[in-house]
Design a protein around this ligand. Structure first.
Ligand code: B12
Ligand code: SF4
Length: 414
């Protein structure tokens, strides 16, 4: 029985930006008795169905955006007589859908690190179970990724996870439901070991593939102090100290290394943390700002600016090599504020496209005002912006063919 791990994508370019980490972790979790798994990342090359033989096990990892292609692959693999196992964030939330539409014999919910070996053994014995509950395992149980299997010269960035889970509960986000609100932080030893391995393989750019690299805010610490909750305070302090330890060690790595990650706005108030990020050469960060009210657009802009300034000034955050763009409907007209009176108007850029109920974009780039201001004054060259917005009718009509779960989900988020 051969093990295949397939990362679905409808378009393939031969090269890709970031390694799909789940494949290398699942490869690490595959018992050696099954041999090396066959890794297919369709962002590089489409899968070759001929390679799948009856009795093989085919693992498919999906998030919502690539679920449809994942389902095509699942059905195809099942037709060829293989066992089909789905996992990943979308399958965790909608296991029934993977069975109904993707030909799944089994679905792994949650972390695959431990439960994957059991699912494979059951497939080998011909008795796969419909659901394997992977749960939210402890950081000490995270499996080491098999980077020895990564194809050379295909990816720009490797991805290393330092913490799973996020203490927040943003309305548009799936992370706190699937990965939990308790930050599960890996020790700096294992993270550094992994990064050194990747550097030896030639990777200079490493994405810290964390839900939230800044899991303890100053507000959290103040609250615990005010509440005289010593246990909580100590817990938070220790998590925070581990972050600083990791960043200090990142700072000692070869100077040509560059990192980027994802944080919350609150990091902007934490100058000590920003300085540590800067020293660690974390040169980019994805920051989300949730704007739930259209009337609040100006206030939202101003609040965002206030927070973003220290991120670039003290954090020294720079370009990720890409500028997020925005739609024209929201956040227009920000130039009415005196601070922006000098702003030139530019044509609105196309939106990145709907992704669930969340539209991602950079409202500042919209009128040419905020974007220019941020770039010229604060030297902030790249950031991402999430805003909650109802789907325009008809945009996602292809979802109508999906299960009632998806329709309910969409309806709830309208
Ligand atoms: C790092 C990251 C990125 C990076 C790198 C992506 C990459 N190529 O690796 C960047 C910034 C580029 C990115 C982009 C996007 N991302 Co992103 N990203 C993440 C993040 C923070 C971590 C992913 C990661 O590497 N985790 C580490 C691995 C080891 O964990 P894992 O993937 O969950 O896999 C484990 C389990 O799920 C399971 N598993 C996974 N697959 C399989 C398969 C099988 C067979 C089995 C058994 C188990 C299994 O086992 C694994 C080990 O435990 C997640 C948040 C999250 N918690 O998942 C969001 C997340 C996946 N991203 C999300 C989104 C929306 C996007 C974008 C679509 C954003 C956009 N609008 O452009 C793009 C899509 C890019 C793409 N084509 O993949 C959403 C997806 C939501 C959803 N419902 O699907 C998430 C969940 C964030 C969120 N806030 O909700 N992302
Ligand atoms: S801070 Fe980020 S990861 Fe955490 S719940 Fe909000 S969007 Fe999700």
């Amino acid at each position: 029985m051969k093990v295949h791990l397939i990362n679905p994508s409808s378009v393939s370019f031969g090269t890709a930006v970031i390694t799909p980490r789940w494949q290398y972790v699942l490869a690490g979790a595959t018992p050696r008795s099954f041999g090396d798994p066959i890794l297919v990342d369709e962002t590089l090359f489409q899968m070759d169905p001929e390679r799948i033989q009856p009795g093989d096990a085919v693992g498919i990892g999906i998030h919502t955006a690539n679920a449809l292609r994942g389902y095509e692959i699942g059905k195809l693999a099942r037709e060829r007589g293989a066992y089909v196992i789905f996992g990943g964030i979308h399958a965790t939330l909608y296991p029934e859908e993977a069975r109904e539409l993707g030909g799944a014999h089994a679905v792994v919910k949650g972390d695959g690190d431990i439960v994957w070996a059991k699912a494979l053994a059951d497939c080998r014995d011909g008795v796969p179970k419909p659901i394997y509950a992977g749960g939210q395992i402890e950081a000490s149980d995270f499996v080491q990724a098999r980077w020895d299997l990564v194809p050379r010269n295909r990816y720009m960035w490797a991805s290393v996870q330092t913490v799973r889970g996020c203490p927040k509960h943003c309305s548009f986000c799936s992370v706190w439901r699937t990965d939990g609100q308790r930050p599960r932080q890996r020790t700096s030893d294992v993270v550094i070991e992994e990064i050194v391995q990747l550097r030896r393989l030639g990777f200079r750019f490493v994405a810290l593939a964390d839900d939230n690299f800044y899991p303890v805010t100053l507000t959290d610490l103040n609250l615990a102090t005010q509440q005289k909750n010593t246990t909580r305070l100590n817990e938070l302090k220790s998590l925070r100290a581990e972050r600083f330890e990791l960043m200090a060690r990142l700072a000692q790595l070869p100077e040509d290394m560059v990192f980027f990650t994802q944080i919350t706005m609150e990091a902007a108030e934490d100058i000590e943390f920003l300085n540590a990020m800067k020293a660690a050469r974390i040169k980019g960060a994805l920051v989300g700002v949730e704007s739930v009210c259209r009337c609040e657009k100006r206030r939202c802009h101003l609040r965002a600016i206030r927070h973003l300034e220290p991120l670039s000034r003290d954090g020294g955050l720079q370009s990720l090599g890409k500028r997020a763009r925005t739609e024209s409907t929201n956040h227009r007209g920000s130039s009415s504020h005196p601070a922006l009176a000098d702003s030139a108007s530019a044509s609105p850029e196309a939106v990145l496209g709907p992704s669930g109920n969340v539209r991602r974009g950079n409202p500042f780039a919209n009128s040419g005002s905020m974007g220019q201001l941020l770039q010229s004054r604060f030297h902030l060259e790249a950031f991402e912006f999430y805003q909650v917005k109802p789907w325009p009718a008809g945009v996602c009509s292809h979802f109508e063919n999906l299960s009632p779960d998806v329709r309910r989900y969409r309806h709830r988020h309208r």
